[in-house]
Design a binder for this molecule. Sequence first.
Ligand code: SF4
Ligand code: FES
Length: 362
Amino acid sequence: MTVPPIAMLAELTYRCPLSCPYCSNPIEMAQQDQELETATWADVFRQAADLGVLQLHLSGGEPASRRDLTELVHAARTAGLYTNLITSGIGLSQKRLAELDEAGLDHIQLSLQGTDAGMADMIGGYRGGFDRKMKVAGWIAEIGFPLTLNAVLHRKNLHQLPRAIEMAVEMGARRIEVATVQFHGWALQNRDALMPTKEQAKEATRIVAEARVALKGKLVIDYVPADYHSDYPKRCMGGWGTTGLNVAPDGLVLPCHAAQSIPHLEFESVRYRRLRDIWYDSAAFNAYRGTDWMADPCKSCERKTVDFGGCRCQAMALLGDANATDPVCVKSPHHGRLQDQAAAHASAEAELVYRSAPAKAP
Ligand code: SF4
Ligand code: FES
């Protein structure tokens, strides 16, 4: 039986002052003039609450690039949603943060590209970004927003993990998400530059385990391990069409941020259909819901309701078949080849390919 979603990720815009080479936004980004208007988003938030969504994550791109961000937060809170702003901090001033507080913003998730200006500005492709982010972190603490630090790690900055954890404590964050890069979107283009080595992946797991013990009761550490070096895949999106949904800047409703990479799926827009109908009845949401779609080895596997066969977009990207078992899984016939590929990417040298800006309106 299909249950309602708990969380919705609203990608308010693909615009962003940063150009991180691991951005999960699609390579082909919607034009700015196709972004949903304030009133349409407000209606989508009401529909989401009515559908059963509890948490709204306001994301992008950089959501602060939307001038109406405060209005959107107000609309979401009025609809009864818990609101979390996922931001690099660029575009937020002290005044704007105070207005967001006034509008009812519940939580901020601040991204960290590196633990010093040299690394952070190089990865974000934005000079001065780190210093600005530190200022924003200070204002967030002054206002007293609950904070999660989101450190995205890869071969170039995994050695900074211990400092990232220290920074989360210093900033008064309640939680840090230690997220090893997932290879979708722009990151897929950058595997030769960003793939961690197996040793780095192991070391990160050790550091996280130690820090969890040392900081128990002080800081919660969420950890997304290096996928290609694992033996079992992650339960992507908590299971397709199970717990969450994404709405893209132009209103397309997606089961996950990379779903548009699966070419045979057609996605529907909130401009033309109610969110409830899309969640329950659309072909795209039903395509990989549950376990009926599976073939072996997933079909006969005892873990099939643990990880739901892993990530559909990863199966598509790596095998050209979204129905296949995620090749991260040891039971996949392609697992060995993926491990070899991961080792090859990890020892390759390559320049970073930075995310480019969304196409401008004509
Ligand atoms: Fe998960 Fe499928 Fe691997 Fe079983 S075979 S562990 S269900 S990915
Ligand atoms: Fe699409 Fe994993 S990112 S299912």
